[in-house]
Design a protein around this ligand. Structure first.
Ligand code: CDP
Length: 221
């Protein structure tokens, strides 16, 4: 059956502002936001609860641990539950962030995430964000955006998001973490040929949201 909902796919590298932008675009348009990264993070958090040594994780162990994860629709977004409980703080922690790329390399885990994201879009208009939404998951998305930003700017944003005052050393460390994750995720993070590239380095959040809302209104006619 062909899809009848409207899908906006926003992809880009770590901390490029995909999720916050996708959330604001969804709210402006009355769509639901789906953060595919939150599912990779939920699978990672679930596996960390079962097994402490990530270097020994097998694809099957991750899939087994992730089985009780579900995506629940709230007013403006879908969010993951693990055994019926919200896990937002757990999935944003350092241990999950350091191990999520390993889990995201596993092909059956990618299929598991992709299926959940596609299911979410079956009955609702959505703004989905991730690395490969416009290429692998929704090659027929109505609008595809690829966000990029300078790595130091991305590190500064991530630190501001955490709300702690940041020293030069913290900024250097965060930049290294982000470029490390860029390297590990490089295989998945490829812009779709028909995506609109937006460099957000010099843009405010409001400006990038407006650009995407304007493009989407043009596309939906
Ligand atoms: O922290 P950031 O917002 O950049 O990342 P995220 O969207 O929360 O995704 C966390 C991790 O999941 C990434 O570092 C990727 O390894 C993986 N991911 C992926 O491989 N494909 C996606 N569509 C989304 C996330």
């Amino acid at each position: 059956m062909t899809r009848r909902t409207f899908v906006i796919a926003i992809d880009g590298p770590a901390a490029s502002g995909k999720s916050s932008t996708a959330q604001m675009v969804a709210e402006k348009l009355g769509y639901l936001h789906v953060d595919s990264g939150s599912l990779y993070r939920a699978a990672t958090a679930a596996t960390l609860r079962d097994q402490s040594d990530p270097s020994k994780w097998t694809e099957q162990a991750v899939l087994d641990a992730a089985r009780p994860v579900e995506l629940r629709a709230a007013r403006t977004s879908f969010y993951p539950l693990l055994e019926g409980r919200a896990i937002e703080d757990e999935i944003r922690g350092g241990e999950v962030t350091d191990n999520v790329s390993r889990v995201a390399q596993m092909p059956r885990v990618r299929e598991w995430v992709n299926q959940k994201v596609r299911d979410a879009a079956k009955s609702r208009n959505v703004v989905v964000d991730g690395r490969d939404m416009g290429t692998m998951v929704f090659p027929d998305a109505d609008l595809k955006i690829f966000l990029v930003a300078d790595s130091r700017e991305r590190a500064a944003r991530r630190l501001r998001q955490r709300g702690t005052p940041a020293s030069q050393q913290m900024l250097d460390d965060e930049t290294m973490r982000i470029t490390g994750r860029d390297a590990r995720d490089a295989g998945q993070t490829v812009p779709a040929a028909d995506s609109v590239m937006i460099d957000t380095t010099g843009l405010t959040q409001q400006e990038q949201v407006e650009q995407i809302v304007t493009l989407s209104k043009q596309r939906s006619g």
